[in-house]
Ligand binder design. Sequence first.
Ligand SMILES: [Fe+2]
Ligand SMILES: [Fe+2]
Length: 335
Amino acid sequence: MYTQAMDLVPQQSESGTKETSVDENELQLQFDARIDAGEFIEAKDWMPENFRKTLIRQISQHAHSEIVGMLPEGNWVTRAPTLKRKAILLAKIQDEGGHGLYLYAAAETLGISRDQMLEALHSGRAKYSSIFNYPTLTWADMGVIGWLVDGAAIMNQVPICRCSYAPYARAMVRICREESFHQRQGFDALLTMMTKGTAGQRAMVQDAVNRWWWPSLMMFGPPDADSPNSAQSMRWGIKRISNDDLRQKFIDAAVPQSEVLGVRLPDPDLKWNETRGHYDYGPIDWKEFWQVVGGDGPCNRERLAARVSAWEDGAWVRQAAMAYAEKHAELQPAS
Ligand SMILES: [Fe+2]
Ligand SMILES: [Fe+2]
């Protein structure tokens, strides 16, 4: 669990003494200038403590979202309608586990251990995306999660490929490529049901769209006016586009896609606004959002319990790996 960032504070000079000669204000000015110039910050570079803490919070929450996001879909592996759909679903869930690993590794470069991050998740102190606290009731939910949930994730995550913290930006490049496959496979599954399916299957797709549309819009976070940390994150180049602007981009992309599918989006206020050049949309139930974020969504307890029991059930694997590593180290000839 040692990371390259563990030697960040206190910094050691080559002679082994602490570097106290460089004034902190000067370092701050240099950091601000690098951010303004659009430079990337690497793990070993000096950074303000709040920048480091903000990134640890954001990257670890992102990692937690990836691995908790495996749970609602894992529920459907044994009930996929064909071998092809089962193989696709398994590959997607495996990708999400990989995304979690890249992101935990990126967060570790900031000087926090994976054990600390997982402890925060398991104790309920750390958050993950509230979308994964909704249940997956039918097979159509697998398609709608790919289309809308992974679609919203892409909209959120593409700008992070240009985030000022380089290890996070690098992880996001690969993640976004895989998310694009996730979105397409979801849309393809829905299109098959809508164009070749029965009336019952089409109704199942519509029902899933009705349930997932609004929670998907909430994935972009509260309105800009109620998002106090956003301005600082924009200043630091961690966040590039505001919550409301990303939400609008997502809606503008989703409406024509819903027309191709032949589903109705459950918002009577949704209509093209010629003047704005965007779709207008109805009010979002932020009370529901805060309730789910606060731990009181339909599946919060179930999701957390599944993660905690996976951690406990896996204890023997971690112990065996450690024992093997120690034995292997003992057998190495002394140099
Ligand atoms: Fe992912
Ligand atoms: Fe995904």
